[in-house]
Each structure stands twice: as structure tokens, then as C-alpha cells.
Ligand binder design. Structure first.
Ligand SMILES: [Fe+2]
Length: 258
């Protein structure tokens, strides 16, 4: 698969560069996703190795990382947004691009199905139910690898003074958190991100991702890099939020000690 992987990297590189433009706003978006693609691919490889997967499966993880956001480039060029609700689901867009690439015919059919499933489910609220353990494994793997890097991308914007510097800024500067989101946080359940209204809501949604981290490796990286603390220190001071943070820290400990 090494030779195929090399061609895939070459194709992806050229594909991303084909979206370069003189429009500064679009160019910035494209560069953010090019860099993200590189980091997520590296995260997939590192996580797959940490899980002691076979050489073959480490390579499959690499392919999934490389192509998971291939829909983002077309999405940004056409809609000038990374917001799926305001454009199209970028995972479905990725599958449309993938289905037109002939080199995927060289991939083992089972691997191809696993890859499509993982990419399709990388950005959904939950992974679609299936009895196929390989599909679940690779979906969990890309979800962790992706979230870890999104924390890197968003980190500078968690500080209130940078709230409106975020690319595609849509939520307003309000640091307060909507009652629904506080309720979700205290109960340790995922919030409905379609209901995000404030900058505080956005931070809570990112913090709640911690409950959706699947592997100890990812949690260790998140902790090492201080992403949780960075969000927590920028939340409003409130008794219920403090309760939610306490619950979250217990969950982190549980994953680390698993
Ligand atoms: Fe991604």
C-alpha cells in the first residue's frame, strides 16, 4: 500500500493547492484546512500506532486522516464558510470527491468501506450504529484525531479578547452561556450545537467534546497541551458551571486511569 499512499499524498497536495486564490479570506481558509489535514493525518498515524494496529491498519488510518476533510476545500470555495448548516455536510462532500478518484479502486474493498464509513461519521454527533467492529474502530480513531487538532486550531480564540478574531466568526462576543447549555453541561450530556447563540455556548460545546474522546492517548495529548484549562479559565464564574467542570474532571481521570 506504500506506493498507493505516496500517490494519494501527491494527489491531495496538488488538489489542495488547486484551490489557492488571490482572495485573501478564501486563501486563509484553504491554508487552515491544508495545515489541519497534515496534522490530522499525523494524529491518525500516531494514534493507530499507539493502539498497536498492524502496519496495514496504520496505513488505512493515514488514508482516512488524509481524506477526511477533502470536502472542505470545495465547501469553502463555493460557500465561503466551514459551517455545514449554512452550506452542505462536509463529510458527504468528501465522499462525493472520493467516489470520483480512480486510485481508490486499488484499495481492498473492505478497507474502502471502512474508510467511507469513518469519513462519513467523522463529524456527526454520534457514530451510526453498526456491528462492524473495524468500522467503529476507525470512526472513533478519526473523531479523536480530528478533535485533537481542532483544539489546536481554536486555542487562540478561547480567550475572550480574541473572541471575534475567529475565522468565520458567527456567534457574537457574549461570554455568557445559554441556560440549555448550562443544563447539558451539569448533566454531562452533549449539547445541541445547532442551538449555539453566544461565544460562551461555543466554548461549552468544545469542552463537552471531552466526553466524546474515545482513547486514552488522545486524552493525554489534550491534557499535555492544556486545552481543557484554556477553555475553563475563560468560562464565566457560576456555581453550575463549576459543578459541570468538576464532573468533567472526574470523567478525564476515569479515561486516564482506564
Ligand atoms: Fe477535520
Amino acid at each position: 500500500m506504500q506506493e498507493l499512499l505516496k500517490r494519494m499524498h501527491e494527489w491531495m497536495s496538488a488538489y489542495m493547492k488547486s484551490f489557492y486564490t488571490d482572495d485573501e479570506e478564501v486563501q486563509n481558509g484553504i491554508l487552515i484546512k491544508e495545515k489541519h489535514t497534515g496534522y490530522v493525518t499525523a494524529n491518525c498515524i500516531a494514534l493507530a500506532k499507539n493502539l498497536n494496529l498492524s502496519q496495514h491498519d496504520v496505513e488505512l488510518a493515514e488514508i482516512i486522516g488524509l481524506f477526511h476533510d477533502v470536502g472542505r476545500f470545495y465547501q469553502y470555495k463555493i460557500y465561503k464558510t466551514f459551517n455545514d448548516a449554512q452550506s452542505e455536510d462536509h463529510a458527504e462532500l468528501a465522499l462525493k470527491v472520493i467516489d470520483q478518484l480512480e486510485f481508490f479502486n486499488e484499495l481492498d474493498r473492505n478497507d474502502y468501506d471502512v474508510m467511507r464509513f469513518a469519513i462519513q461519521n467523522h463529524n456527526k454527533r454520534t457514530v451510526a450504529p453498526t456491528d462492524d467492529k473495524r468500522k467503529i474502530l476507525f470512526a472513533k480513531l478519526i473523531r479523536d484525531a480530528d478533535k485533537l487538532d481542532i483544539y489546536r486550531v481554536l486555542e487562540p480564540y478561547f480567550a475572550q479578547e480574541n473572541a471575534d478574531k475567529m475565522p468565520n466568526f458567527i456567534t457574537g462576543r457574549d461570554p455568557n452561556i445559554s441556560p440549555d447549555f448550562i443544563k447539558n453541561f451539569v448533566e454531562g450530556e452533549q449539547a445541541d450545537y445547532r442551538k449555539i447563540r453566544t461565544n460562551g455556548d461555543r466554548k461549552i460545546v468544545r469542552l463537552m467534546w471531552i466526553y466524546d474522546i474515545n482513547f486514552k492517548w488522545t486524552m493525554e495529548k489534550i491534557l499535555e497541551r492544556g486545552y481543557i484549562e484554556k477553555i475553563v479559565e475563560n468560562l464565566p464564574i457560576d456555581e453550575n458551571i463549576a459543578k459541570g467542570v468538576q464532573l468533567l474532571r472526574k470523567h478525564v481521570e476515569k479515561i486516564l486511569n482506564a
